[in-house]
Ligand binder design. Sequence first.
Ligand code: ZN
Length: 141
Amino acid sequence: MSIIEPDQGISRKNVVVGNAPQPMEASLLQMELEAHGIESIQDGEFTVAVDPLLSNAIGGVRVLVAAADEAAAREVLAEFYRKRREDEAALEFTCPACGEEEALPVERSPVFWMMMVLSLGVLALIPWDRYKCPKCGHRWR
Ligand SMILES: [Zn+2]
């Protein structure tokens, strides 16, 4: 599906399928779409480059595709974001000391918290280690 070039103006037939705070991020989305054979263009990239503070105000850089590609494009991007969330979640459970990927959240009983608050007061509110590596015993947040 071919679409109108940006310098010819954004066609009314193009639809926004993605938003990114930075042109780099928008390019990532475009690459993902291209890998699935979907042509796309960016809108707003120049404003963002000139004034990054304006980026949020105008909704960042928009990624547009031809209306006929909208459904397919949305599917591709949904999958892209789903994978990325999975990657981030996996990283959270990876031990920074040995690389073990099956780290477990450290569970503490309500009694533990009660004792901590009673004995330490506000100090008990400091963030405690959230994960523990079953392999090397390393703990981290
Ligand atoms: Zn470890």
